[in-house]
Design a protein around this ligand. Structure first.
Ligand code: PHE
Length: 507
């Protein structure tokens, strides 16, 4: 290849001549190697030879000059000032030439500059209203200088000349990169193959003694390391978490994915005959077959409120089954956790104290996966327990909470949950999508749920819940949930997606 040929040319020349002061002088088969492209190839060859300590080189940058179009014209026709002088008559021989006739003779551009410079050089003089020659045979310095530069690429008097000509836009500079090359400690005309590894075989055979080893290249760029990245759901979760913390909430422990039907449904006053409990919605756990026994007195109060009522309620008046109560399920909502926490709040040492609690974690529903549904997703949920709070507080609270997530225009629609009364669906106007979208479910927990826990009568509990996936998909413009979670997740996207700031409300 030409690289090999250039390499051997350099080595042969060094061997013969000791050094190469200017790599542009190299030629191959009578062809000069002074083009920038050739010099670039030479640079590559030099780097490789230098790494083997066969040669040393220095980079040299020089400047040469080429003539502009105007400069070229001057080398052919003479400078503007000489062309003016040429058409001006000798003093005493004929009429002095008028400025107008001068322009006609050499053109307006040449006349303007040429007249000024011819005056400055004292080549012409004014006589009456015209001009006459003031010298016999001036030397056209500019043309002489330009001819030298055109030939040699530079002027022997150096910068004092080239600066001026550059200012007059008659020449332009051009940079050249080339090299001065000399032999180094391992110089030879043969390029040895260098070993990159010291092997067991080389040690056993003793071949290592004769081998030359390649130098480590400490300046080489390393392989990019493959760092971890936060999943988009985690980034959005962090935002919600911070909003809850800002509002004085504490986090509920959500580390139990398996719950008993008692906590997931019964304690929340979800009737045992409720359709949500059926196989198509809930994942039941086969083994272990049943939960630990619930606290007997609390269990008894729950059984009673379902079958007979109490606390102002008539109950469901349907049989309540312990077997159903002790079945285990993958929790269908994090409200099962809220319920257990409210029970603790009612029965803690020192009695009930107002509380604000939240959780964000995984829940499970026996649904067929499609673009917007998965069998598992995350719920963002908050509960507020205090004396004498009302529906008005719930609405205000949600307006405050959702404003922090970028949802400023809310609408509330009456809804039904077995465990809240009243219940409301929350809609938010979405600028980007141009429509009202449902963002949460909410309500005030029923006395049938709260009073059997032992919460004081005046205590109300507000609650709301939403999915984490929905706002994440809107934020990151993901249309198919299956590309966000699961085996079809686009890992590249996971790495690229920026952190979000929900309060900006700019989705
Ligand atoms: N558990 C409800 C759901 O899954 C959310 C909710 C929580 C509703 C608290 C009211 C009160 O949608």
């Amino acid at each position: 290849s030409s690289v090999d040929q250039i390499q051997s040319l350099i080595l042969q020349t060094l061997s013969k001549e000791g050094s190469i002061p200017d790599s542009r002088e190299l030629s191959y088969n009578g062809k000069s190697l002074n083009s920038p492209e050739d010099q670039n190839v030479i640079r590559g060859v030099l780097d490789s030879l230098q790494s083997k300590e066969m040669v040393e080189y220095k980079q040299i940058t020089t400047t040469s000059f080429t003539l502009t179009e105007e400069g070229k014209l001057i080398t052919e026709k003479g400078s503007h000032e000489i062309r003016v002088w040429e058409v001006v008559p000798v003093k005493g021989q004929g009429e002095p030439i008028s400025a107008q006739d001068l322009q006609k003779a050499v053109g307006a551009d040449v006349a303007k500059v040429g007249q000024q410079r011819a005056f400055k050089n004292k080549w012409i003089a004014r006589e009456g209203s015209g001009f006459v020659r003031a010298v016999e045979a001036p030397v056209d310095e500019t043309a002489v200088q330009l001819r030298e530069i055109s030939e040699k690429g530079d002027h022997s008097k150096g910068e004092s000349i080239t600066k001026e000509l550059q200012k007059r836009k008659l020449i332009q500079p051009k940079k050249h990169i080339h090299y001065s090359i000399s032999k180094a400690s391992n110089f030879s005309t043969e390029v040895k193959r260098l070993e990159t590894d010291l092997t067991v075989e080389m040690l056993n055979s003793g071949a290592w003694k004769e081998s030359s080893f390649k130098q480590y290249n400490f300046a080489a760029a390393g392989q990019p390391t493959d760092g971890g990245a936060l999943h988009p759901l985690l980034k959005v979760r962090e935002e919600f978490r911070n909003i809850f913390f800002d509002m004085g909430f504490t986090e509920m422990p959500t580390n139990r994915f398996v719950e008993s039907c008692f906590w997931n449904f019964d304690a929340m006053f979800v009737p045992q005959q409720h359709p949500a409990r059926e196989m198509q919605d809930t994942f039941y756990v086969k083994s272990p077959a049943k939960s630990l026994e619930p606290e007997p007195e609390y269990y008894e109060r729950i059984r009673k409120v379902h079958e007979q009522g109490g606390y102002g309620s008539i109950g469901y008046r349907a049989p309540f089954s312990r077997e159903e109560s002790e079945k285990l399920v993958l929790r269908t909502h994090t409200t099962a956790v809220s319920t257990a926490m409210l029970y603790e709040l009612a029965n803690q040492k020192g009695g009930f104290k107002p509380a604000k609690m939240y959780s964000i974690d995984r829940v499970f529903r026996n649904e067929t996966a499609d673009a917007t549904h998965l069998a598992e997703f995350h719920q963002v949920e908050g509960v507020v327990a205090d004396y004498n709070i009302t529906l008005g507080n719930l609405i205000t609270f949600m307006q405050e909470f959702f404003a922090k997530t970028g949802n400023h225009k809310l609408r509330f629609k009456p809804a039904y949950n077995p465990y809240t009364e009243p219940s409301m669906e929350v809609f938010s106007w979405h600028e980007g999508l141009g429509k009202w979208i449902e963002i949460a479910n909410s309500g005030i927990f029923r006395p049938e749920m709260l009073e059997p826990m032992g919460l004081p009568k005046g205590v109300r509990v507000l609650g709301w819940g939403m999915s984490l996936e929905r706002p994440t998909m809107i934020k990151y413009k993901i249309s198919d949930i299956r590309t966000l979670v699961g085996h079809k997740t686009d890992l590249d996207q996971v790495k690229k997606r920026a952190a979000v700031r929900l309060e900006k409300g700019d989705d």
